[in-house]
Design a protein around this ligand. Sequence first.
Ligand SMILES: [Zn+2]
Ligand SMILES: [Zn+2]
Length: 59
Amino acid sequence: MKRYGCGSCGEAFNEREQLLDHADKVHQKKTIYMCITCDESFDKESAFSMHVARDHKLF
Ligand SMILES: [Zn+2]
Ligand SMILES: [Zn+2]
């Protein structure tokens, strides 16, 4: 199950590194973490992880 969504184009990835690599190459700007469960987005991974753990009981 893919967990990391690109906040710029909505593409989803299994690994954080894949999202970072994608954001770097395709968008050439800082990564925005997008929750693929509810489409909310976060600029910090810590905020994203907290959201997923608390609101979706995942991770
Ligand atoms: Zn993207
Ligand atoms: Zn969410």
